[in-house]
Structure formats: structure tokens, C-alpha cells
Design a protein around this ligand. Structure first.
Ligand code: ATP
Length: 302
């Protein structure tokens, strides 16, 4: 009988992976309309993960054929490295992440993970390999323990607590009268933006994916919370291939490579220092944001 149930368990797992992925994606991108369904090739094999190297070759994409969004993007993120994607609003940053998750199919070029075209592998295995920390995490009306455990089917309480420690939210949870059994969500305890992000980080730690997509929050957390979260994220992304969709440049300074997208193309690429020296679009964005930060700080000090 156990043998009969094993495939059902597997199905349950696959379903969970996909559901979680979709929820994360919806949260990440505020998607309302469901895109045309991307289907597995018949007999698609599972992605064989080596280190999680991500490569985009001449990637083109358009939601609407009349209006191209990405016009030939080349990106190479070696296993374990961090790439930050920056650029003006509407440049296509989130679109890149959606394509990597195969939420949409590229219209030209290809995306490879460890040398395998993502169209050739099963979506379940692709999505199991990618963790997403969205801007705004969806919490279920359930306990905080359940909400963290959602990162991996069958996670034990000890594993959930370890993940919470890794995301630096364990002490907070332990201080609640009902601890991990505290109900959160619409009908429970309301978590702050920073706490919700930590729940997302803890879920990701449980899932332990080789590839990580971080969608940096646009909504400002206070600078102390932000610095704390940044430090936690740096630890989480240390051994993983990480792609950061960055809205504030202050968080991309340490990325191994920064790609500046503009009008669907890579306008500039390099390290923070190299891009500043270049004195182009990135330097301009950096100087503008630095001026804004100073103005905000001056205002706060008044
Ligand atoms: P931001 O920094 O503002 O989040 P972004 O660089 O992430 O912007 P994308 O969200 O990738 O930009 O959007 C790129 C372009 O694609 C935009 O012009 C947007 O209007 C368009 N777009 C995004 N999603 C869809 C969709 N589902 N259908 C049609 N067009 C879309």
C-alpha cells in the first residue's frame, strides 16, 4: 500500500511546489491575468542541478508582438555568484525573472540552467530549483509555524526553527505568548513588512534552492530594519546563484556583476566601482539616489 501512495505523495509535492511558485510569483509581480499556460514537453526530464549557473543567450521577449520588451539580452551568472539587475521603471527587470521561472516562454534566444535549456526540463523541477523572496509575501491565515513550514513539505518543527533562526526571526516568534502556534494573516497577528520578508527568507532557507531571485522591496523599510534584512539576505545568498531585482542601488554595491537594463537592452554592465567610473546611466542613477537619500536624511534630522 505504501508503494501505491508514494507516487501520490510525489504528486502532492509537485503540486505544492507549483502552487507555492505561483503564489510567490503573483506576490512578486502583482500578476492579475494568468498568462497562456506553459506546458512541459512530453517526457521532459528533471533539471539536473550542478551548481545552478544561469545563462541567458540573446533572450528576446514581448508580451504583445507589437511591443518588444527584451531585445537580445546576454547574461551569465556563474554558480554561486550574485547578479543585480537595475534600470529605470519598465525596463524589463521583473520580466527577466518571470522568464527565468518560465512563467512565460522566451520569444527568441534561450535560458540555460547548468547548461540545460529550461524549455527542455519539467517545470516542477525548474521551480523546485528556484527560490523567490518577493517584495510582499503572502501569508496564509494559519500559524506562523505553518507559514514558514510551507517552504518544504514535511518540514519538522526543529527544521522550521532552524530556518527561522537563519532568517533572524526566531527570537521574535519565541517572544510571542503562543510562539510558533501564533496565528498570522488577515485574521491573526499582523506582521510588519520586515517580519513578512523574514518569513519569506525562512521559507526559502527550508526550500534550500540553488538559485535565488530576490525582488527588493520598493516600499521603504526603516533603515535599521533594511540593514538587518540586507545582512540576512547576504548570508542566505552566499552559496547560491542569486539574481537581485534592485530598485535601490544601495543594495547592489557588493554584487559580482550589475546589469543595467534600458529599453530592453543591456545598456551597461560591470561592478559597482567600474560602473561609477564609466560615468554613464548607472553613475547618474547612483548620484540621483544618493542626493535623494541625503535630502531624506536631512529632512528626518530636522
Ligand atoms: P519596475 O522597476 O517598475 O518594476 P521593471 O523593469 O520590472 O519595472 P517589467 O515589470 O519587467 O519592468 O515591465 C516591462 C514592460 O513590460 C513594461 O512596459 C510593462 O508595462 C510591460 N508589461 C509587464 N507585464 C506585462 C503583462 N503581463 N502584459 C503586458 N505588458 C506587460
Amino acid at each position: 500500500l505504501a508503494q501505491l501512495f508514494r507516487p501520490l505523495d510525489m504528486l502532492g509535492m509537485v503540486y505544492r511546489e507549483i502552487r507555492q511558485g505561483l503564489i510567490d510569483m503573483e506576490a512578486m509581480f502583482g500578476l492579475v491575468d494568468t498568462p497562456a499556460e506553459v506546458v512541459d514537453k512530453p517526457g521532459a526530464a528533471a533539471l539536473a542541478v550542478a551548481g545552478g549557473a544561469v545563462r541567458l543567450e540573446n533572450v528576446r521577449f514581448a508580451y504583445d508582438p507589437e511591443r518588444p520588451i527584451l531585445n537580445g539580452i546576454d547574461i551569465d551568472v556563474p554558480a554561486g555568484r550574485t547578479l543585480a539587475v537595475v534600470g529605470p521603471s519598465g525596463a524589463g527587470k521583473s520580466t527577466l525573472a518571470r522568464l527565468l521561472y518560465r512563467f512565460y516562454e522566451v520569444t527568441g534566444g534561450r535560458i540555460l540552467i547548468d547548461g540545460q535549456d529550461i524549455r527542455e526540463v519539467s517545470q516542477a523541477s525548474l521551480r523546485a530549483a528556484i527560490g523567490i523572496v518577493p517584495q510582499d509575501t503572502v501569508l496564509f491565515n494559519d500559524t506562523i509555524g505553518y507559514n514558514i513550514g510551507y517552504g518544504r513539505d514535511g518540514a519538522s518543527q526543529a527544521e522550521i526553527e532552524e530556518a527561522a533562526r537563519g532568517a533572524a526571526i526566531h527570537d521574535f516568534i519565541a517572544s510571542l505568548p503562543e510562539g510558533y502556534a501564533t496565528r498570522v494573516g488577515e485574521r491573526g497577528l499582523k506582521l510588519s513588512g520586515g517580519e513578512k520578508q523574514r518569513v519569506a527568507i525562512a521559507r526559502t532557507l527550508l526550500k534550500d534552492p540553488p538559485v535565488l531571485i530576490l525582488d527588493e522591496a520598493t516600499s521603504a523599510l526603516d533603515s535599521r530594519t533594511e540593514a538587518d534584512i540586507q545582512e540576512t539576505l547576504a548570508r542566505v545568498s552566499a552559496r547560491r546563484t542569486t539574481i537581485v531585482i534592485a530598485h535601490r542601488l544601495s543594495t547592489v554595491v557588493d554584487a559580482d556583476e550589475i546589469v543595467v537594463l534600458e529599453a530592453g537592452q543591456v545598456a551597461e554592465r560591470g561592478t559597482h566601482a567600474a560602473l561609477l567610473r564609466m560615468g554613464g546611466l548607472y553613475a547618474e542613477m547612483w548620484n540621483r539616489q544618493a542626493a535623494e537619500r541625503e535630502a531624506a536624511e536631512a529632512l528626518a534630522a530636522e
